[in-house]
Write a protein of this length. Structure first.
Lengths: 212, 333
């Protein structure tokens, strides 16, 4: 099984649905340690992305992902706009002209996205951000690939690692972003960015499982 | 929560429409991307000044667009950084070939979005310099946080640097002056009540009736301590103390004292707080030679105030006194 451009379109549509469903939950997580706008901002961004998808439906995966990236940069604002925008732009650059991705390709694309986020946010693991969910997912994807797992098995392992990473943000002390102003008071809350990153990983698995 | 709005998602656009009509002599509003631009922009032979940030801090920044201050402002959603498209559109609208300065408050989102916009503007051949304000002494441990927040000094910087740009200073000079203002200014704020973000519809934080938050940010971010409400004199001392120690301000200094309302505090209380600040500074041998009192960098309907002190010299005083004609500040014109 390979990831097709059609899967990628469905992946983005699924993210949009999940973000809308979880909008208030994400905002609630953000009100505990941030500024109560994560769900609202992502929902606004992906709702706009949805209107752009028909124009790239027959294009390569790189074009689709780059369109998602530029649209998020243009509509989300806050910190998550540049971060997710850069992630999708870098993922799009890593999948330029491709209509199918293997599990090997997926690892390269997701790692490119992660590097984009780290560069834009000048952040690393352990600072209570989305990187703490995406980093372990990339590790799991690479390990599964090395072990010779197929695409679905690899992705299931990556999503499980992503979830564990997300949950591991709860006891962390935030040292980046607005949550860092809380200092010790940021401990005990799950990071909203790690949570939205997990929703996205889950959306990809959901699409691929449904198309089996 | 009761608010004078139609729908949360329309608040920014509808307020912009009001500003556009009310101040048509000073500014123009462009939509999608949303920017507020000085009516006569681009002004020939002048460095362009662009700022922006989340909405909800009015009159900052849109109210400071006009002669002698900003050339353009980029309003984001309430408490959300604007997007690079806005800063890029604003930068192009005010670029007269002498370069453009971005004035950015130190918040993660604002910094990243302005960075992306500066990269895009550079790709289009516009020379952009940036300065980040970070004057909030309430953030103690800058190493383990996103750094100090940009607050009251931003207003003073926009005025002073605006005066210099209007007088013909080049981009390097304007940037130097902006950095000097940031280096010489310190702020700290406090809240008596929370603010209510329109799309959230409920208070951002809970503050019991008899308590106040010392060191509050302009989005309701927590401060240094939460204590029982005391007399104005004690509150003034709690704000002024950390500011004076931090620069530090010394006996013999001349300062600009900025007593700012957070949005829900009446002017009579701000004057009362100014009076307290004046007593404290006098006792330290510090002279207030310029002052600004009013609600200029707000946090929606939050009740409370902030103090900003800027150590003045002849250069800063000269550009503070220079003529300004904007919706929120006007003198000498």
């Amino acid at each position: 099984m390979q990831i097709t451009a059609d899967h990628v379109i469905k992946f983005i549509e699924t993210i949009t649905m999940r973000v809308k469903e979880q909008r208030d939950y994400l905002t609630q997580l953000d009100s505990a340690i941030g500024d109560a706008d994560h769900g609202v901002n992502l929902d606004r961004g992906f709702t706009t992305v949805l209107t752009k998808l028909p124009s790239v439906a027959d294009k390569d995966i790189g074009t689709i992902l780059k369109t998602v990236g530029t649209t998020l940069v243009s509509t989300v604002g806050g910190a998550s706009g540049p971060l997710y925008g850069t992630a999708f732009l870098r993922a799009g650059m890593a999948s330029a002209d491709r209509f199918e991705l293997s599990v090997d390709d997926l690892a390269v694309v997701v790692e490119a996205a992660l590097e984009g986020i780290q560069a834009r946010g000048k952040s690393t693991r352990g600072e209570k951000t989305m990187i703490d969910a995406i980093g372990p997912a990339v590790d799991a994807l690479k390990a599964a690939r090395a072990a010779g797992d197929d695409l679905l098995t690899s992705l299931r392992k990556a999503v499980a690692a992503c979830q564990a990473g997300m949950e591991a943000t709860i006891p962390m002390l935030a040292t980046k972003g607005r949550a860092s102003y809380l200092g010790e008071r940021s401990i005990g809350h799950q990071d909203p960015g790690a949570t939205s990153a997990f929703l996205m990983a889950q959306a990809l698995l959901e699409v691929l499982e449904a198309s089996q | 929560m009761k608010k004078l709005i139609n729908a949360p998602e329309q608040v920014v656009k509808e307020a912009l429409a009001g500003m556009a009509d009310a101040h048509a002599d000073l500014l123009k509003v462009h939509y999608d991307p949303d920017i507020i631009v000085r009516a006569d922009a681009p002004v020939a032979n002048k460095v362009g000044l662009v700022s922006g940030g989340g909405s909800g801090h009015e009159p900052m920044h849109g109210g400071f667009v006009g002669k002698g201050m900003l050339d353009a402002a980029c309003p984001g959603a309430v408490f959300t950084s604007p997007v690079p498209d806005q800063m890029l559109a604003a930068t192009k609208a005010v670029s007269a070939g002498k370069g453009v300065l971005h004035i950015v408050k130190n918040y993660t989102g604002d910094v990243m979005n302005f960075e992306m916009a500066a990269e895009l503007a550079a790709a289009e051949g516009i020379e952009v310099a940036s300065v980040v304000t970070n004057d909030d002494v309430a953030v103690k441990d800058s190493l383990y946080t996103a750094g100090r927040r940009g607050v009251g000094v931003t207003v003073l910087m926009e005025k002073i640097v605006g005066g210099a740009a209007e007088a013909g200073a080049d981009l390097a000079e304007v940037k130097r002056l902006a950095e000097k203002v940031n280096a010489h200014g310190r702020s700290m704020g406090m809240a008596l009540t929370s603010c209510v973000v329109p799309h959230a519809g409920k208070p951002t934080f809970d503050l019991p009736d008899d308590e106040m938050e010392i060191g509050i940010g302009i989005h309701g971010e927590p401060g240094r301590t939460r204590v029982k409400v005391g007399h104005a004199a004690d509150i003034a001392a709690m704000l002024a103390g950390p500011i004076l120690e931090d620069l530090p301000f010394k006996q013999g200094d001349h300062v600009l004292a900025f007593v700012n309302g957070m949005g829900g505090t009446p002017l009579i209380e701000l004057y009362l707080m100014y009076n307290e600040l004046n007593k404290i500074l006098t006792s330290h041998g510090i002279t207030i030679s310029r002052r600004l009192i009013g609600s200029y960098i707000t946090s929606l309907e939050m009740a409370g105030c902030s103090f900003t002190l800027l150590k003045l010299d002849d250069e800063l005083t000269k550009f503070w006194d220079a003529p300004v004609l904007t919706p929120a500040l006007r003198w000498g014109c």
